[in-house]
Design a protein around this ligand. Structure first.
Ligand code: IP8
Length: 263
């Protein structure tokens, strides 16, 4: 049986441009997928992104830059507020999973992680030792950092790298995306963009990072993260999260429409 580490992209479970708009329909479809994977006997570990529950306020108050003397008081309020918003989004996801008979246990990074980037510090063992039959879930968050930064943004993509590397026995690592079928030859809005079925880090990509809405690294951070994971985890994929059946197809046939990331 497989152990599948899945990230629900923030753009898949929320509308990224509109403050705190959750996509319940998308989350419900993903919950059905997790139930089906569990029913088939696979183990699932989940990460989710922030979308409009994290990036918009983080951008407004420059949280990714760390503490800035001139706006520190507003930043401190924003840190509290973003953490609350992320807990709210996480509750949405967990409630939907519970409605589909999937038991979860949440691990909010602000409780257990420090520093940013894929080598952040924090003990993964509670996630690793989560009870049998319970799906552990964590998410991109604002975490405490050492001085002078004081705080920063830990992306769900960084969590994927640590977890992909350190959770023994992960067979599949899947990034579910909200607006594309996988990695494209050009940004999704370009009508000439075609799907790249298999990718390694020597292949150039002409991506785009929407800095107006995204305080972490967009597609580039995702690619870098997936490339690191592919050295350890056998099956690493970018798949269209609006088509969760493709994950089931991958598990049953060994392939699907999407982008496979190889070392
Ligand atoms: O959406 C970002 O996580 P990501 C977390 O996984 C926040 O990059 C709070 C913006």
């Amino acid at each position: 049986m497989a152990h599948i580490l899945i990230k629900f992209g923030g753009g898949l479970i929320t509308t990224k441009s509109k403050m705190k708009t959750v996509d319940r329909e998308a989350i419900s479809k993903l919950s059905r997928l997790v139930r089906e994977l569990s029913r088939l006997g696979h183990k699932v570990t989940l990460v989710h992104g922030a979308g409009s529950f994290g990036h918009l306020k983080a951008k407004e108050w420059k949280i990714a830059d760390g503490a800035l003397e001139s706006i520190i008081e507003q930043q401190k309020d924003a840190v509290i507020s973003i953490r609350e918003d992320m807990l709210e989004l996480n509750r949405e996801v967990c409630n939907s999973l519970a409605n589909h008979n999937v038991d979860t246990q949440s691990f909010p990074p602000s409780d257990w992680a420090n520093e940013v980037g894929a080598d952040f510090s924090g003990d993964l063992s509670p996630i690793l030792n989560c009870s049998e039959g319970v799906v552990p879930i964590t998410f991109g968050d604002v975490v405490d950092c050492s001085k002078p930064k004081l705080f920063g943004i830990l992306s769900g993509d960084d969590l994927m790298v640590r977890m992909g590397k350190e959770i023994p026995g992960i067979t599949h690592c899947i990034f579910l995306l909200g607006d594309t079928e996988g990695l494209l030859s050009a940004p999704p809005a370009n009508p000439n963009a075609t799907l790249i079925p298999i990718w390694n880090k020597n292949q150039q990509v002409s991506g785009e990072h929407d800095k107006t809405q995204d305080v972490t690294g967009g597609i580039f951070l995702k690619l870098e993260s997936a490339s690191i994971i592919s050295k350890i985890v056998p099956h690493v994929w970018f798949i269209d999260g609006r088509k969760p059946d493709r994950v089931l197809e991958l598990l049953t046939t060994g392939t699907t429409r999407g982008t496979q990331i190889v070392p």
